[in-house]
Design a protein around this ligand. Sequence first.
Ligand SMILES: C[S@@+](CC[C@H](N)C(=O)[O-])C[C@H]1O[C@@H](n2cnc3c(N)ncnc32)[C@H](O)[C@@H]1O
Length: 290
Amino acid sequence: MNRQGKVYLVGAGPGDPELLTLKAARLIRSADIVVHDRLISQQILDLIDDDTARIYVGKKTSQHTLDQQDINQLLIDLSRRYANTVRLKGGDPFIYGRGSEEALVLAEAGVTFEVVPGITSAQACASYSGIPLTHRGVARGVQFVTGHWMRNTPLQFKSSVIADETQTLVVYMGLENIQAISEALIKAGRDADTPAAIVESGTTEHHRTTITTIEELPGCVAVNHIESPAMLIIGAVVQLAEKLDWFSPGDAYSFSPEKLCSHYSRCGVFTDVVASKPITFRCATSDANA
Ligand SMILES: C[S@@+](CC[C@H](N)C(=O)[O-])C[C@H]1O[C@@H](n2cnc3c(N)ncnc32)[C@H](O)[C@@H]1O
């Protein structure tokens, strides 16, 4: 059979199945075949019809079921067999998801495709940890970077990108290189006491947020046995978690009593990095004005 089907590159969101879009849910339910990654929650996989074929092509660092070229070819082959192929990816397909590489290969092969955006884990981890990625007077922008570079390429950040304290920095895939990231930030001129959050298994029942400083990030990861998937959020906005944290999967929210991960005081005095003046936020235990 050599018919021309369509491939849907679908974002499954960060973990909480309720963060799936209606469009993604509809396509998953009506797919003829689903090709999926590792970080897709079971509840989302349960939407796939029992009679629908599914292929797992998950990747864990240095443990790939299929390499990317084989996945690309698989999608082309499936498009010639099935009317609706859903390629289901964690978060958003176009943010560190290699969805754009797959789309390029499909385009070159003349295969029709659609891209269905998903909530990316940076955005979801931040929201579920009570950390606004931008906040007036605290961070006027946000940058997404990867902490894991292509094989055999040493980690290299552009200093001007990571040194800008007016921007929140969100690091995907940063756990393995946590020491190098911490050192690079300080070398680029960031204050060693800059607040940093590590959000593990964001939006799931295992969601855990640990707050520390950029200098203490490596020790904090080791002491708390922090595991992948994890997102690093760096910048003054992290301090807002103290007041805005709302998501409590059990008692997972951890403010470690140890020095390593107990950076900031409860009533935050934030530096207004935009206007370069200190601003004080009202907090439960003081009458300091906002
Ligand atoms: C290959 S990238 C895929 C990103 C995905 N396309 C997205 O938009 O979120 C995988 C990295 O995303 C981050 N990640 C994905 N899901 C996460 C979650 N639930 N909690 C924390 N980090 C997550 C981790 O940094 C992980 O190493």
